[in-house]
Design a protein around this ligand. Structure first.
Ligand code: CA
Length: 232
């Protein structure tokens, strides 16, 4: 069964999330503080994804996200925040989260987001399709079996979302991709989020992939449209 950890200090909201994820077939581990979440995560290494509330007593969700990412680049992370904390979105995603949900949300949106996150992580039919093992576009080498990326022979640590974006770029070398196209392919059709999340992930990718993030030469901006992967 797919295990998901839910960190939320408000018991009514936590109960709502837990019940709906369990109905959707997930095994859920609950935590009401950041400290408890980190302990339970260590005790449950088979956890596939975590939902992290941002505003918490003790260490906040952003710090929990940062600490999880230090040791685990692959686990799926969705940040949860109240509508009034719009500013947290970029901070949350820059600290390594894969997705972001604003409270309140419906049971349908909740399970759609978690399902989509796990699908992106290589679950389901897509993972079984035959595919060339490696995409080599110097200085980059993408290994689709291990889901890893190297630049000049050095491993670049990517989250699952970042990996999916780079893969899409490399499969569409030199072609301008719209934000919506990237959103549809990477996050899945029926995703409830907004195209801005693409920009935040590209910002993060530029820091990891470009020689100079401020002067990108691999991930070019196509103004008013999207992005283009530019390699020889
Ligand atoms: Ca809270």
């Amino acid at each position: 069964m797919k295990k998901v950890l839910v960190l939320e200090d408000e018991s009514s909201i936590r109960g709502f999330i837990v019940i709906n994820l369990e109905r959707a077939g997930y095994e859920v581990v609950e935590a009401e503080s950041g400290e408890e979440a980190l302990e339970k995560l260590a005790a449950n290494p088979d956890t596939r994804a975590v939902l992290l509330d941002i505003m918490l007593p003790g260490i906040d969700g952003i710090e929990v996200c940062r600490r999880i990412r230090l040791s685990d680049p692959h686990i799926g992370i969705i940040m949860l925040s109240a509508r009034s904390q719009e500013m947290d979105k970029v901070t949350g995603l820059m600290s390594g989260a894969d997705d972001y949900m604003t409270k309140p949300f419906s049971p349908a949106e909740l399970t759609a987001r978690v399902d989509a996150l796990l699908r992106r992580m290589g679950d389901g039919a897509a993972a079984a399709e035959p595919k060339p093992e490696e995409l080599v576009q110097p200085p980059f080498r993408l290994n689709q079996t291990n889901r890893t990326l190297e630049k000049n022979g050095e491993r670049v640590k990517l989250t699952q979302v970042e990996y999916a974006i780079v893969k899409l770029f490399m499969e569409n070398k030199g072609k301008a991709l719209s934000r919506e196209e990237i959103l549809d392919t990477v996050w899945g059709h029926g995703y409830f989020g907004e195209p801005k999340i693409v920009d935040v992930n590209v910002r993060r990718l530029r820091i990891k992939l470009e020689d100079e993030a401020q002067d990108p030469k691999y991930i070019l901006t196509v103004w008013g449209y999207g992005y283009k992967w530019n390699v020889e």
